[in-house]
Write a protein that binds this ligand. Structure first.
Ligand code: NAD
Length: 439
């Protein structure tokens, strides 16, 4: 059992803290937000994550998990301190490391014993060295920073903590690395041990690669639309090749979220700083931005949106099963609709509160029926199960004019058309398409 302090109780810090407590460690989570800490202390999660509330409450009850805004309580006398603070996009696309620097300075200020600092935040190459430098220069303690990037998928974070594909641990001080590796033994997940810089880069390379796959299939989708091919058939045919794989080949209106856009930009920026132009990633980002416009381009072809058009925006989260709206394609869509003067009603089963911070004056509903009632046009932005499980009937009964622009290919185009819906999706012709698997 280790005594662990965690800086930051966002998606990563909170899940890490809860899961380390679950396997028996004594964890104290620190955040600068009084509001978050008060909620967490009362056993309520600050984020939507399946299974998190139950595990949080259990570990608070069993006194392995504590929350505080007091640095001394979180850091003093601990075996290890995890840094899980945000690294948002800086002004020129680079990772903003101010929160990481502050956390390192706080540690230097508070800790009196030698310490292992484990960096979970996604940080550019050289950041762990920087963390060590800050702590050594501002205190008399000895410190070893270990890079341990996080690979959780929001919406599956608890599952991923216990069943992830790999745990990456990078460090140049073997005893510190071994201590961190031992921490993860109960999880029984393969460990990739590397030097610090490689571990830092693995995280960016992984996210940038996944983003590349998405932009690639979106380019294929665009070619499909011009040539009459069907992107789902193409993706299936490609993905069955094990060297390619089926995942992240789903065409749509582009990637969003708190990681892919910022991490892809940070890697291009980091490369440029190192004197190398990462040409391919620049294209990945450009394709993604263009893809965000796809639904509006289609709507324009049909002159669908005018001032006052009753328009339903279905889905606000950047993907299903999370309440995270950071960099969600819905933001771009709503801005475009507002520019055109549409009368918007926005639906999401759980992300409404987070989107209110971006668009406080928008009309929201947590009822899909209410969103569609009397709507002349609907845009599907997030492929929530609640949306995907509907039949054409559902839309025709509620909408004034059943015109749907689906950015996530939730429905079979043929079924929608025969159900009386003017249905437009990404990379598919209007024809019915059902994949048959004879392999
Ligand atoms: N969200 C994800 O799915 C995900 C996945 C993998 C990696 N990451 C990376 O993990 C890091 C954290 O991401 P997140 O989504 O959890 O961020 P977040 O914004 O949800 O949470 C960060 C938290 O840190 C707190 N904080 C800031 N400064 C602090 C300080 N000095 N001391 C204590 N707390 C402080 C903030 O108040 C906030 O609650 C980022 O680098 C991100 O790129 C995120």
């Amino acid at each position: 059992m280790n005594h662990i302090g965690i800086a930051g109780t966002g998606y990563v810090g909170l899940v890490t803290g809860v899961c380390l407590a679950e396997v028996g460690h004594h964890v104290t989570c620190l955040d600068i937000s009084e509001e978050k800490i008060a909620l967490l202390r009362s056993g309520k999660s600050t984020i939507f994550e399946p299974g998190l509330d139950e595990m949080l409450q259990k570990n608070i009850r069993e006194e392995r998990l504590h929350f505080t805004t007091d640095r001394t309580e979180a850091y003093h006398g601990k075996d290890m301190i995890f840094i899980a603070v945000g690294t948002p996009e800086g002004e020129n696309g680079q990772a903003d490391l101010s929160y990481v620097r502050q956390a390192a300075a706080d540690i230097a200020d508070t800790v009196t014993n030698d310490i292992i600092v484990v960096t979970k935040s996604t940080v550019p190459v050289g950041t762990n060295e920087m963390v060590e430098d800050i702590i050594r220069s501002q205190s008399t303690i000895d410190v070893h920073a270990v890079s341990n990037p996080e690979f959780l998928r929001e919406g599956n974070a608890i599952y991923d903590a216990f069943h992830g594909d790999r745990i990456v641990i990078g460090g140049n001080h073997e005893p510190a690395v071994q201590k961190v590796a031992a921490l993860y033994e109960p999880f029984d997940i393969p460990v990739v041990q590397t030097d610090t810089k490689s571990a830092e880069l693995i995280k960016y390379a992984s996210n940038a690669f996944l983003a590349t796959k998405i932009s690639f299939i979106n380019e294929i989708a665009n070619i499909c639309e011009i040539t009459g091919a069907n992107v789902e058939a193409v993706a299936k045919g490609m993905g069955l090749d094990k060297r390619i794989g089926t995942q992240f080949l789903k065409a749509g209106i582009g990637f969003g979220g708190s990681c892919f856009p910022k991490d892809t930009k940070a890697l291009t920026s980091m490369s440029a700083e190192a004197g190398y132009e990462f040409r391919m990633l620049n294209a990945v980002l450009e394709v993604n931005e263009l893809q965000h416009n796809k639904l509006m381009e289609k709507a324009n072809e049909y002159s669908a949106i005018h001032r006052g058009t009753k328009t339903a925006v279905l889905g606000l989260a950047f993907k299903p099963n999370t309440d995270d709206t950071r960099d969600s394609p819905a933001i771009h869509m709503i801005e475009e609709l507002q520019r055109k003067g549409a009368d918007i009603i926005a639906y999401d089963p759980i992300a409404t509160d987070k989107m209110k911070a971006v668009f406080p004056d928008l009309t929201y509903t947590d009822s899909l029926e209410e969103a569609l009632s009397g709507a002349e046009t609907a845009f599907i932005i997030t492929d929530w199960q609640q949306i995907k499980e509907q039949t054409p009937d559902f839309f025709t009964k509620l909408m004034k004019r059943p015109l749907i622009f689906d950015g996530r290919n939730c429905f079979d185009p043929g079924e929608m058309l025969s159900g009386g819906i003017h249905y437009h999706s990404i990379g598919r012709s209007g024809n019915s398409f059902r994949m048959s698997m004879s392999t």
